[in-house]
Design a protein around this ligand. Sequence first.
Ligand code: NAD
Length: 282
Amino acid sequence: MDVVPRIKLNTGQDIPQLGFGVYQIPAKGTVSAVQTALDMGYRHIDTAEMYQNEKEVGVAIRESQVGRADVFITSKLNNGYHKPSEARLAFDDTLLALDTSYIDLFLIHWPLPTLYGGDYVATWKVMEEFHQDGRARSVGVSNFQIDHLEKLQTESELVPAANQIELHPYFQNRKLAEYNRKHQIVTEAWSPIAQGAVLDDPVIEAIALEVDKTPAQVVLRWHIQHGYVVFPKSVTPARIEENFDIFDFDLSKDQMELIDGLDQGEAGRTGPNPDTFAYLPR
Ligand code: NAD
């Protein structure tokens, strides 16, 4: 039985609220990590062209007992290919690498407002093509700030199905998450446990003792109860299992509020600021 709740995207498609992230998993270790996750019940994998492990994600799914239709796959456009003609080729390559005729969700990985003349709208219009031709069931964005989303709203037709952003107890990114919610854009929280940095927080440790769960489980549960989609990363089978085991308990309103109180605003951000991030991999 599928224990993972599903959230409806604005395209009508369902996304499992818990998935498995493969950022920083070397290609060599990706097949076995994804197979472990699938064996444990994960049915949603989050990869990206820039992670250089799409091919191994595809192999793991193909070699598993789980059918393609039962796995929700997300990938993301490489920062180096925002020009429309290159984005089209890059998307063909993503489908080829994953060995699939369609992807469930394809995202613009970063807005890169200081590159490409700041024209992420032209890139978004190509994403619309992928959705219209059916090869991307849903399309969305990642690391888009409110002003980037407003520009898409004014200058294009399709509302992104999801916005994947840094979000965890120390960086709750509330205004952006609220903007997403108001516009029927699902918030996906990347680095949901801040790559481990929130796990020894005394407030989280105390709640973990109260509910007889681990700090990672408490933080992931907090995301789920807020309605966010999460895909923690690990290559350790015991942790992959631990991160999946979060559907047999609830955090109380008080416990949720205590974790809400850990927000450090901008100081809690661990990754790059999307307004200035301008990394090109080639
Ligand atoms: P995360 O918050 O998932 O933390 C991962 C790290 O936490 C692991 O390397 C491991 O050391 C530790 N960990 C995992 N489970 C644990 C447990 N149960 N107990 C103790 N430690 C544990 O960080 P992440 O990998 O940065 O983010 C998750 C996923 O989000 C990525 O794999 C990727 O798919 C996505 N992501 C997207 C972007 C983006 O720009 N769109 C950026 C970063 C990450």
